[in-house]
Design a binder for this molecule. Structure first.
Ligand SMILES: NC(=O)c1ccc[n+]([C@@H]2O[C@H](COP(=O)([O-])OP(=O)(O)OC[C@H]3O[C@@H](n4cnc5c(N)ncnc54)[C@H](OP(=O)(O)O)[C@@H]3O)[C@@H](O)[C@H]2O)c1
Length: 216
């Protein structure tokens, strides 16, 4: 029987737009219950309007303290901050990038994984990036935080081995979302739905480990 035959309760961070929203839609369409977390209530409300009871909006800023008392079946750590930023640029984006992409995910994992481990089931999906394999000068800060997140993931993967909790790191290449606003777009980009389909498949089929999805 498919792992998704029964309705799952899924937490998706950064679900108001981009890849996170596409993931929320993929799971909601399949009849699962999605807690969709982001800061922008209006965008979460449009998700709720479309998918009704399958969407539970959760308005929160992950850079602030947050207490989640639920043990989810699936957690998708997707929210991230991206802004072009080299080490020597005038605007320093490292602090904002680190606060969300690394520290917030670390805090969430510390809160959510003990419940899943105690229950002996569940699936943690982390959205990484191919920027951890090859980066470019304007992505120094972002790539550094995604490498740190990848290291956290590799630690969690080992800590959760043989506990019944599955772990997957999905590493997409360039994907067309608003995070690219104002930048020159690469010639080939993934659609958010392609990444969401892979996240969905990882959960449905129990795919684990690092999975790369390249645009080119
Ligand atoms: N786009 C790409 O080319 C690409 C490539 C590889 C990997 N990725 C990875 O894919 C993931 C999603 O990227 P994306 O391009 O879809 O991002 P995006 O379009 O910029 O969306 C980011 C999401 O995170 C939420 N968010 C931002 N700051 C937050 C905060 N402090 N607290 C809570 N939620 C917050 C945003 O909602 P609010 O603003 O409403 O809070 C939004 O829903 C990230 O992990 C990114 O690193 C993206």
């Amino acid at each position: 029987m498919s792992r998704t035959a029964a309705s799952l309760h899924i937490l998706i961070t950064g679900a108001s737009r981009g890849i996170g929203r596409a993931c929320a839609e993929a799971f909601a369409v399949a009849g699962h219950r999605v807690t969709a977390l982001a800061r922008t209530a209006a965008q979460l409300a449009t998700l709720k309007h479309t998918y009704g009871d399958c969407i539970e909006p959760l308005v929160a800023d992950l850079t602030q303290e947050l207490t989640l008392k639920v043990t989810y079946d699936v957690v998708v750590l997707n929210a991230a901050y991206y802004a072009p930023g080299g080490l020597l640029d005038e605007r320093d984006v490292y602090t904002d990038s680190f606060a969300l992409n690394v520290l917030a995910n670390h805090r969430l994992a510390r809160q959510l994984l003990p419940g899943m481990r105690a229950r002996g089931s569940g699936h943690l999906v982390v959205i990484g990036s191919t920027a951890t394999d090859r980066t470019s000068p304007h992505m120094t800060a972002y790539a550094a935080t995604k490498k740190a997140l990848r290291a956290l993931y590799e630690g969690w993967e080992q800590e959760l081995a043989d506990t019944g909790v599955l772990t997957t790191l999905i590493a997409p290449g360039a994907t067309l979302t608003s995070s690219w606003d104002g930048e020159t777009l690469p010639p080939r980009m993934l659609a958010t739905t392609e990444v969401a389909a892979l996240v969905y498949r990882a959960v449905a089929e129990g795919l684990t480990g690092r999975i790369v999805l390249r645009a080119d």
